[in-house]
Structures are given as structure tokens and as C-alpha cells.
Ligand binder design. Structure first.
Ligand code: ZN
Length: 431
């Protein structure tokens, strides 16, 4: 039987060129040059990059697209953002959250973003966000994998009903246990919350993903407790520390002891470059800290590092467009990861490394994997980031679910070419 789809002449993220990708029954059947069979549908991609879909491993879908309701964040700080979200929460309706989330998912699909881990605030006795996002998860399942984290935004201990509501959310079907130890009232409460939340995850067989040390305070060391509890409870590979921005400001000697602990515990690290560069250092004059966690150092110690978008048009961030290449682009700048090899790592951080954290089954470009792909108007991963490349085709289980025409600009200059294609400006000898 002929394949349902053949993509012709693809470049893959690992650098292989001239590859044909055959798809049958929603799975990748074969990848090699010059497949002889004919597909029911064929797409000639002329040497452009074909990647597995983008994955956003850290997002807040209950708040997205709420910018300006009920007002804007004037100081730009995390704390005003949390206060503003506290004003919005009581007036949220499930219908409005569902509608905004579905609209965001439309945008995500158009950007080739087909898997999202979203935190959902459980500090609302009505659990409006939880109810809404569980509904959204069901509705988008045919085209987007949505994983939910029970996130006690106002503090697991600080908010009187957070513990009860977090358990309710997990009982309703939320997938992952969240936390926010740096927002508890004391360091001791923060550490106790990490311990209690890891124990809940261990008992229920769930993953953990905490907002951890999202502060410029170098004494915020909850990541240490998170790594310790991960080892104590045997949760290696199932726990993620999100943000870890205090590490930016920590004493170097302490970090030299901390990094091997994180690596040994198999804790994943997630940086959120767009948000970190925008939120951290707000209490500084000059010099102003960048605030993002130590990505190259974590990586050098063998820690799996991924990047999240975190926010799009919400109380914390008024920009963002669902574009994970925008996230990778910012990461390269903030972490000064400018070698070609480091830039490729940043592409993985918004694709394969994030998929590993979410535990996505069948992810990747190998025979037997789900036929989920993005065709980019770029010739390699670095070019894709440089250009924040156009997504020509987005494919889910072998079907094209989004399509954008190639971008070219018509020029009317005497003696110059009539068309400019930004994607044709890649380096001739890059390696
Ligand atoms: Zn977050």
C-alpha cells in the first residue's frame, strides 16, 4: 500500500539532507533519500528544515490573552503580576478561560507548537481555571497535547485552602504536581512545601514541576531541597525545577556544589528567557542583573535544560506570540550561547529536551514515531532561530493542520533583484 504522505527532500535537525519522509496511519514509516513509492499526498520541501513540533514546557494557559483585564501591570514586577492576577481571578468565568485558551491553541498550532505543559492556578475555591483547562485539554487533544500542572499560585501553605484545592485538582485529573516555595512566608515553609508536594507526587505516581526560586535573592535555595527530596523519594527523571533564577545571583562556590546535586538527582531545569529577562532585576539600579538561570553551566553538568514561553499577553508579560523560536532566540542572547553548537542546543531546548520533560510518547523524527512535524522556511535549526522562520506546513498524525505560504518580498529597485527571500541568506560555510 502506498504511504498516505511523503515529504520530499527534507533537511533534518541532525543535519541529514535530501531525506524523504514516508507516513502511513499517522506514523512515520520510513526516512531515507529517494523513496520510490508514491504517496497519496506529496510535499516537496526543496531542502528546507523538517523538525518535530515545538514543545512549550512551561506556560500559563489560564491567564493567557487576558492583557489589560482588569488593568495593566505598571511596575512590571512578578509581585504586581501576582497581585493583578489575584484581582482577575474572582471575575473569571470558565467560558471566558476556555475561549481564550482555545484561541491561544489556534495560534500555537499555526506556529507548529503542538505540545504545551500549562500550570493552572488552584488557589481559587471554585477551581474555575482547572475546570476550564480540563475541558480545553479534551477539546484540543486531536491536535495538541496539553498537560496540566496543579499550581498553588498563592502559596501551598500561605493560602489557607491551597492544599485542599491542589488535591481536588489532582483528583479531577490534573497531571502534574506544582509548587511555589519562594512565595511561602518563610524559607522554612518553602522547604516544607517542597517536601510535602514531592511526597504527594510520589504517593500518586505523578510528575513534579515547581516554580522554584523565581527571585533575584541568592539565598533562595529551594532547588537544593527539590533535588534532595527527588533523591530521597526515588523520583529521578520525574521532577522539574522551573525558573531557578536565584541561581543567577548565587555565590559561585555554592553553585559549584549545587550543580552536581541537581545532576545526580536527575532534576530537569526549565528557563523562561523572555520572562526572566523582563521580570528579574526589577529591584536593581545599575548594573542590572539578567536573572536567567545558569543554562550553559547546568548543561555542562549534564542536566536536561529546556526553555518555556511562560506567558503571552497576561498580567506578567504583555508581548509573546506562541513562537518557541522567539524563546530560543532570546535564550541565545541572554545566556550568550553563541557558538553554533550552543545555538543548536537552544533549538533542542524548545523541541526534544522539552518533550523529554513532558514524557511525550512517540515524539521525534524516527520510523515508528507519530507523524507530527513542522516544515520551516529555513535550511537548518540555527537559521530557523535567526529568522524565527515561517512555518510552511504543520503536520499532526500525518495530516496537514496548518499551512502558510512562503514569505517573499517584491522589490522595485533599479538594477536589483525583483524578489527578496530572507531565508536565502544563510551562511555558505557554517561548519
Ligand atoms: Zn510560570
Amino acid at each position: 500500500m502506498n504511504p498516505d504522505l511523503i515529504i520530499r527532500n527534507a533537511t533534518l535537525p541532525d543535519g541529514r539532507t535530501g531525506q524523504d519522509i514516508a507516513v502511513s496511519d499517522g506514523k512515520i514509516a520510513e526516512i531515507r533519500p529517494a523513496i520510490e513509492e508514491k504517496g497519496a499526498r506529496e510535499i516537496e520541501v526543496l531542502g528546507q528544515l523538517v523538525s518535530p513540533p515545538f514543545v512549550d514546557v512551561h506556560f500559563h494557559m489560564d491567564a493567557t490573552l487576558s492583557l489589560g483585564i482588569p488593568r495593566l501591570n505598571r511596575s512590571g514586577t512578578l509581585l504586581e503580576g501576582i497581585a493583578l492576577w489575584g484581582e482577575l481571578k474572582p471575575i473569571l468565568t470558565a467560558e471566558a478561560v476556555v475561549e481564550r485558551a482555545l484561541r491561544y491553541c489556534d495560534l500555537a498550532v499555526s506556529r507548529g507548537l503542538l505540545a504545551i505543559r500549562s500550570h493552572v492556578d488552584v488557589c481559587d475555591d471554585r477551581l474555575t481555571g482547572v475546570e476550564a483547562l480540563l475541558e480545553v485539554k479534551k477539546r484540543v487533544a486531536p491536535y495538541l497535547d496539553l498537560q496540566l500542572v496543579a499550581f498553588p499560585q498563592d502559596g501551598f501553605y500561605r493560602s489557607p485552602t491551597a492544599e485542599k484545592n491542589l488535591i481536588r485538582a489532582l483528583d479531577m485529573g490534573v497531571d502534574v504536581v506544582g509548587g511555589i516555595p519562594h512565595f511561602e512566608r518563610t524559607m522554612a515553609d518553602g522547604a516544607a512545601s517542597v517536601r510535602a508536594l514531592c511526597e504527594i507526587a510520589e504517593k500518586r505516581g505523578l510528575l513534579v514541576d515547581m516554580h522554584c526560586d523565581e527571585t533575584d535573592d541568592p539565598m533562595s535555595r529551594h532547588i537544593e531541597t527539590l533535588a534532595y527530596e527527588t533523591q530521597r523519594l526515588g523520583l529521578q527523571g520525574r521532577v522539574t525545577g522551573s525558573h531557578l533564577t536565584s541561581m543567577h545571583s548565587m555565590d559561585n562556590y555554592y553553585v559549584s556544589k549545587l550543580l552536581p546535586l541537581i545532576a545526580e538527582a536527575g532534576v530537569h531545569a526549565v528557563a523562561n528567557p523572555l520572562i526572566n529577562i523582563q521580570i528579574q532585576g526589577r529591584h536593581d539600579t545599575y548594573p542590572k542583573r539578567r536573572g536567567m538561570t545558569r543554562v550553559p553551566e547546568l548543561r555542562a553538568h549534564g542536566v536536561n535544560v529546556a526553555f518555556g514561553h511562560d506567558c503571552v499577553m497576561d498580567p506578567w508579560y504583555s508581548l509573546g506570540s506562541g513562537d518557541m523560536l522567539d524563546v530560543a532566540h532570546m535564550a541565545i542572547h541572554v545566556a550568550q550561547m553563541t557558538s553554533r553548537e550552543a545555538m543548536k542546543f537552544c533549538f533542542d531546548a524548545v523541541t526534544a529536551s522539552s518533550a523529554k520533560i513532558m514524557g511525550l510518547e512517540g515524539y521525534g523524527l524516527e520510523p515508528g514515531c507519530n507523524a507530527d512535524m513542522v516544515v520551516l522556511q529555513a535550511t537548518d535549526p540555527i537559521e530557523a532561530i535567526r529568522l524565527k522562520a515561517n512555518r510552511l506546513f504543520v503536520i499532526r498524525r500525518g495530516k496537514v493542520i496548518a499551512e502558510t505560504p512562503a514569505v517573499e518580498t517584491r522589490l522595485t529597485l533599479d538594477g536589483r533583484p525583483g524578489l527578496v527571500n530572507g531565508a536565502a541568506y544563510g551562511p555558505m560555510e557554517a561548519n
